[in-house]
Design a protein around this ligand. Sequence first.
Ligand code: AMP
Ligand code: TRP
Length: 334
Amino acid sequence: MSESARKPVLFSGIQPSGTIHLGNYIGAMSNFLLLEKDFDCLFSIVDLHALTVRQDPAALRRRTLELAALYIASGLNPDNSIIYCQSHVPQHAELAWILNCFTYMGELGRMTQFKDKAASHKDNINAGLFTYPVLMAADILLYQTDVVPVGADQKQHLEITRDIAERFNAIHPGVFRVPEPYIPKETAKVMSLMDPERKMSKSDPEDSYIALTDSEDEVRRKFRRAVTDSEADIRFDPENKPGVSNLLSILSTLSKESMDSLVSRLSGQGYGKLKEEAAQAAIETLRPIQARYNELMKDKEYMANTLRHNAERAQALAQRTLRKVYKKLGLYQP
Ligand code: AMP
Ligand code: TRP
């Protein structure tokens, strides 16, 4: 990422807090792949964010490495893009503190992810959960990011990031680039296989998502059990037929066959056929990813070196922004 050849900057992050699933792949990772060549990219494993809910330390460590391997296995190039752990770059936490002082309690209280998580973790509504979006803003703003590809659930966090950047810039002009979200409509929200009214989520029961590491048998079994409805016709109607529509979306995205063509080809064929095709498309998508993933997970030294080196690259970029921020704010820098 040399300054002279600066492409626009892309930043995104995924939490190492659970099993990475097909929703993450379709909603986030597959877009990273499409965009990688046109941007200077940073893909972070946001381990500090994961701490906002209690984690088992051994599991967190293992999942961090697994997520790094999945990023690379999905096709991202760590010699080009910066693939790194958030906690390896202390500037994230440092800028988050500063931005906390530019963020209002009221706006954080309106975040739906906070409200949801506060409801589902009643025994641990900690301050980190509340200021989660501020750390996310720091992630993004540290690198003068232009574009942030995320699933639709993160839209509100992007808006608050922009608000914080604009508020800061209004007082100290020209410090932060104001980022744009990138949320393609078709892939924005993959729904749960067991409850198609809810998004596919790591924190739900295993049968509700396809893990990127699921075996072919598991993938087939989970699609076969996917909740549909009591009719029999295949049409795309998320309102009245959320289960069938979700299967159609998944199949269309993975196979790149248009929705119109899919619906006319499958109409009258029954849900079994749709489920089988969706499973097959998922299996074919996952096969090369899993092969590369298994190789990477055996090469711990390569993984450690890659993460170490990329953290250094990220630190160098992050430090430039942080230095500017400290200076503007009047923090004495001898
Ligand atoms: P998370 O699993 O919450 O760390 O999310 C990582 C990335 O995957 C974010 O960009 C999310 O917006 C995206 N994502 C998570 N779940 C889904 C889903 N069910 N459908 C589409 N995108 C998703
Ligand atoms: N909050 C995001 C999620 O749960 C993860 C995340 C943290 C992120 N920092 C980010 C995404 C910066 C994009 C950019 O999915």
